[in-house]
Ligand binder design. Structure first.
Ligand code: PLP
Length: 465
């Protein structure tokens, strides 16, 4: 006889909780509920404590619950200036934040990036950058420049503009026929060493091949029609912390300059100290015309993002219509700017970007020691505190698991159960890769905390192998 559950006694049954009124990312699964957080630790309503080893998607640069930031937010609120419209007003919080990011010791001013523009999300920052780049050529009278070129296996955001320059295939499935037609992706190769670097080719030759393919792409579509080339210096969500081969970005800059095409670097995920320097582009020896920044900027204390704009672009707009006719109601939001200014001042005061570089070396060594021989870990790549593990079915062949296997998602789920949160890739899809997990803890993490994280990840991995 089949075993059946005994019927609950009267008053003993617990009714299921009512369905959430929130439109969650998944309408099937309720995410874990966090009730408090401090440093790298998140406490769930179940009483479980989880180490936040990825800050969601590389957001928490400073860790959670920092008292100085809380104080700065409270003071901005207490001043009564919780919101004013940027068309008419500015605030100390926004002005000082811009000054810090431009003229601070690690600011963009060192590279000719002379203006900061603040919005609420990375996608808004990317849309702002694309429109400003278009306006640059409008002002110059080059109105036939309407095309944008981006890279395969990259993600630039969820708004229609930013999504369109992205080629993160799984995130675009329902929107396949929802494309702007003035965007193209450079092919065949993208700067993804692990999967595209041919045996026998030097790193320089690989970089040069990619640069030539970009040049050819510009030639094919007509370089005088192109507004900008868009790229993440280290590809985040789509490829799991992949840097480009040495020399690639120098070559990209040269090709863009050859045709007066603007270079927009998306440092939404990899910027603001995450790779061990304030900007990831510093390690490439080039300067973009516009760089977008977000996650580590406010460290999650406020929804904030922005772009830093090169003086060359500022001058053209200033001499032209003199206004950027693109605005968001919440741009340069005073409370968000106050929180972010506090975050950035603490990071600068406490030398946390240097610590990020130092702890990055510790994390890299731990990951290599623990996973280099692991059967399904094909690649360990990244910089600073931004590391990705790529999972493959066969290390010799470097081939991904088939679509649907979702190794990274399973790894993430087990690691979460064991008490460490990491950020998984979306898996492979129609020939694209993406079975990776990202480890991106706050810049003030300690070696002991890193050991605890990596030990837990090993336990999780061992359950899968
Ligand atoms: N650009 C990159 C490189 C990102 O990783 C993301 C988000 O993950 C975005 C843009 C979009 O940022 P947001 O989600 O804040 O709109």
């Amino acid at each position: 006889m089949a075993e059946t559950e005994p019927a609950p006694l009267l008053g003993e049954s617990t009714p299921p909780p009512p369905p959430s009124a929130l439109f969650h990312r998944s309408l099937q699964q309720q995410p874990a509920k966090v009730i408090s957080a401090k440093g790298i630790y998140l406490t769930l309503d179940t009483g479980r404590v989880v180490i936040d080893a990825c800050g969601g998607a590389a957001v928490a640069s400073l860790g959670h619950g920092n008292e100085e930031v809380i104080q700065a937010v409270a003071e901005q609120m207490k001043s009564g200036v919780s919101y004013v419209h940027s068309l008419t007003y500015t605030t100390d919080a926004a002005e000082e934040l811009a000054r810090h990011l431009i003229d601070g010791p690690q600011g963009g001013g060192r590279f000719g990036l002379t203006r900061a523009y603040f919005v609420g999300s990375g996608s808004e920052a990317m849309d702002s950058a694309l429109k400003l780049a278009r306006q640059y050529f409008f002002e110059l009278g080059q109105r036939g420049r309407t095309k944008l070129v981006a890279r395969r296996q990259a993600f630039h955001g969820s708004t229609v503009g930013a999504m369109n320059v992205s080629s993160n295939v799984p995130r675009k499935v329902p929107y396949a026929n929802f494309q702007l037609d003035n965007i193209s992706w450079v092919s065949p190769a993208y700067a993804y060493q692990y999967s595209n670097w041919q045996r026998g080719e030097t790193e320089e030759e690989f970089a040069q091949k990619l640069v030539s393919s970009l040049d050819n792409h510009f030639q094919r579509i007509g370089p005088d029609k192109v507004i900008a080339f868009v790229a993440e210096p280290l590809v985040g969500a789509t490829s799991g912390c992949t840097p480009a081969p040495r020399g690639y970005f120098k070559g990209v800059r040269e090709v863009c300059d050859k045709y007066s095409i603007l270079l927009i670097l998306d440092e939404v995920m990899c910027g603001m100290g995450r790779t061990g320097t304030m900007f990831a582009f510093e390690q490439e020896g080039i300067v973009p015309d516009i760089v977008t920044i977000a996650k580590g900027l406010g460290g999650g204390y406020a929804p904030i993002a922005g772009m830093l704009v090169h003086q060359k672009v500022v001058e053209v707009v200033k001499k032209g219509t003199s206004s950027f006719n693109h605005g968001h109601t919440y741009q340069a939001h005073p409370v968000a700017c106050a929180a972010t200014l506090a975050v950035q001042r603490i990071i600068a005061r406490d030398g946390m970007i240097d610590n990020c570089a130092r702890m990055g070396r510790v994390l890299h060594a731990l990951l290599v020691e623990t996973f280099a021989q692991a059967k399904y870990v094909g690649d360990i790549r990244g910089r600073g505190l931004f590391w990705g593990l790529e999972f493959v079915q066969d290390k010799a062949l470097r081939n991904s698991f088939p679509p649907g296997v979702l190794f990274a998602a399973r790894f993430q789920a087990i690691a979460f159960e064991l008490g460490v949160a990491i950020y998984p890739g979306a898996g492979t899809y129609n020939g694209t890769r993406g079975d990776h997990a990202i480890v991106a803890p706050p810049y003030n993490i300690t070696p002991d905390e890193l050991i605890k994280i990596v030990d837990t990840l090993k336990l999780a991995y061992d359950r899968l192998e």
